[in-house]
Design a protein around this ligand. Structure first.
Ligand SMILES: Nc1nc2c(ncn2[C@@H]2O[C@H](COP(=O)(O)OP(=O)(O)OP(=O)(O)O)[C@@H](O)[C@H]2O)c(=O)[nH]1
Ligand SMILES: [Mg+2]
Length: 420
């Protein structure tokens, strides 16, 4: 893989129709790919689709088609070919040999590039660099000279050829382990920061990129999260307190969005950013109701949640951008597919009270009230309760105190476990 700087580059997109994917979805995937390319700063000037029974290990498509793709790229005078499907490192190399000075990348590389451009915080930058290097490692070619510049010319360059690639690989591995250590450090800082949040009910906004998560965050709280009609506007996690009423306060988090074929390396390295999702009591799955792909988006979200071990968390589906859905048939279909969903418009602040009511009743379900007897000798549990829970009633007896306490079920269970 060569250096990725896609700003202003003219691009040709290639979509392969195979397996389960039908033609309509292949075109929709290409539309999304164009949006991704656009977000990265490239200018798409053409697209090729090809129906294939079998994929080839050499070029993904057949050799004849590969020649044709390269020919068309030259004709259109583009510098960049973007495949919607994943290319193996070998396929990418073969294409670049065939295409001389053209860059040939896949959807994953494109997404990585957008993340690289949008990363602002130390955490996001570290995570993106880690994912980028993991992606790069099996794809190093002799043409790749990016590393030396990025690392400020560590070591001396040996002769060209395989030896140099070996040296680059070693540099990358060293860098990867350094980044991993740094992420562990960031993670520890986060644990310290999150201690005070234990007693709150925590809700996390999760969803496809551009679904309106940040808009909803801003509408419900005084947050000022960056909202843009572009993909992956948000890469960090923002947390705000939202007071539904006197007895129902939540911490709401807004974080990085998901997309179809989100590279595995990215998901893995964004673990610390996604921690808030993993620790949440409730996931608000925000969907763009106006997208014809809403079902596919939902499945993508579910898959990523599985991947980060948050698949069976309590969740509430929020169909956003309902202001854009005018067709009654579409509306009915949505109701059928997502019978328990809350329909809102974050932009027009429509039906946000419905959403808050639903959150409130889920909170009531997941808060428990119990009566416990705690001996004075167990000072640790007593102070834990006082820090983290509502004490509704307190009565002293000789050896201890009897309390009626109310709090998130997971905390109550923990306390009960400590007492037995
Ligand atoms: N019509 C309409 N547009 C909306 C609504 N909610 C959000 N948008 C628009 O959708 C675009 C994306 O909104 P964001 O809030 O940035 O979406 P996000 O889910 O945070 O996206 P990323 O952070 O990029 O993953 C913006 O142009 C918003 O103005 C809505 O309810 N109706
Ligand atoms: Mg956002």
């Amino acid at each position: 893989m060569q250096e990725l700087d896609l700003k202003q580059e003219k691009a040709l997109m290639v979509g392969v129709i195979h397996g389960e994917v039908d033609e309509a979805s292949a075109y929709e995937h290409l539309e999304e790919l164009e949006l991704l390319a656009d977000t990265a700063g490239a200018v798409v000037v053409g697209q090729i689709t090809q129906r294939l029974k079998n994929l080839t290990p050499q070029f993904l498509v057949g050799k004849g088609k590969a020649d044709q793709i390269v020919g068309q790229a030259k004709e259109l005078d583009v510098q960049l070919i973007i495949f919607d499907d994943d290319l193996t490192p070998a396929q990418a190399k073969n294409f670049m040999n065939l295409a001389d000075n053209l860059k040939v990348i896949d959807r994953s590389a494109l997404i990585l590039d957008i993340f690289r451009q949008h990363a602002r915080s130390r955490e996001a930058k570290t995570q993106v660099e880690l994912a980028h290097l993991e992606y790069l490692l099996p794809r190093l070619t002799r043409k790749w000279t990016h590393l030396e510049r990025q690392m400020g010319g560590i070591g001396t360059r040996a002769g060209m050829g395989e030896t140099q690639i070996e040296i680059d690989r070693r540099l990358i591995r060293t860098r990867i382990s350094k980044l991993k250590k740094e992420l562990i450090k960031i993670d520890q800082e986060r644990i310290i920061q999150s201690r005070g949040r234990q007693k709150f009910f925590r809700a996390a906004l999760v969803g496809y990129t551009n679904a309106g998560k940040s808009t909803l965050m801003n509408a419900l709280s005084d947050a000022d999260v960056y909202v843009q009609d572009q993909l992956f506007a948000t890469l960090d996690t923002t947390i705000r307190q939202v007071d539904i009423n006197d007895s129902h306060q939540i911490l709401l988090s807004d974080t990085v969005g998901f997309v179809r074929k989100l590279p595995h390396d990215l998901v893995a390295s964004f673990r610390s950013t996604l921690k808030e999702v993993v620790d949440a009591d409730l996931l608000l799955l925000v969907l763009d109701a106006s997208s014809p792909q809403v079902l596919e988006h939902y499945n993508t979200i579910k898959n990523v949640l599985e991947e980060i071990a948050a698949g069976d968390k309590r969740s509430l589906i929020v169909l956003n951008k309902i202001d854009l859905v005018e067709d009654m048939q579409v509306l009915n279909q949505l109701k059928q597919s997502f019978p328990d969903a809350v329909m809102i418009s974050a932009l027009d602040k429509l039906r946000l009270d419905e959403l808050l009511k639903s959150i409130q009743s889920i909170m009531d379900e997941s808060f428990q009230t119990v009566e416990v007897d705690i001996p004075f000798t167990d000072g640790k549990t007593i102070s834990e309760i006082q820090d983290d829970m509502d004490v509704l009633h307190r009565e002293y007896y000789n050896e201890g105190v009897r309390m009626t306490i109310k709090g998130p079920s997971r905390k109550i269970q923990k306390i009960l476990g400590q007492l037995t």
